[in-house]
Design a protein around this ligand. Structure first.
Ligand code: ZN
Length: 149
């Protein structure tokens, strides 16, 4: 049976079971779904239920945008967590306890991201305009295991 015209525009059930989170979504335009339609898009979506630290200090050749908000769909402003976000060569720490979006331009060193307190689950989502998520750590390309689709 022939596929419908726009069938490849839909990615059904993208949830991945995790050992550190119950489910995550990793959508890498060049490799996961969409049949190569959207090459410069990468997304990771996690429901964070307990404190954790993510990422060694790194850079990459693409912009990255981080989103933090409450996981209760009836009130995403209900953010009961504390996040420390390291920015720049200096490792300057920014601490927030409200829904926050962080823009990291290409080439700016960032991380680790320490989610210090989680009283209620939060959503942590990062998006990049890149075909795949390759970080530069100490001058070497690196892909962490939890961001592979
Ligand atoms: Zn990054």
């Amino acid at each position: 049976m022939a596929k419908r015209k726009y069938e490849k525009h839909f990615l059904s059930n993208p949830l991945i079971k995790g050992d550190d989170v119950k489910y995550r979504i990793v959508c890498q335009g060049s490799k996961t779904g969409f049949d190569g339609l959207m090459k410069n898009y990468w997304l990771r979506w996690n429901c964070i239920t307990k404190p954790r630290s993510m990422g060694d200090p790194h850079t990459h050749d693409f912009d990255e945008i981080f989103h933090f908000f409450g996981a209760d769909a009836s009130d995403i402003s209900d953010f009961q967590a504390v996040v420390e976000f390291s920015m720049g060569e200096e490792g300057e720490i920014y601490t927030f306890d409200k829904p926050t979006i962080v823009y990291v331009p290409a080439g700016l060193k960032h991380a680790p991201i320490n989610i210090k307190v989680v009283k209620k689950p939060i959503i942590f989502m990062n998006v990049a305009n890149a075909p795949s998520f390759v970080m530069n750590v100490d001058g070497k390309p690196f892909i962490p295991k939890d961001i592979k689709p």
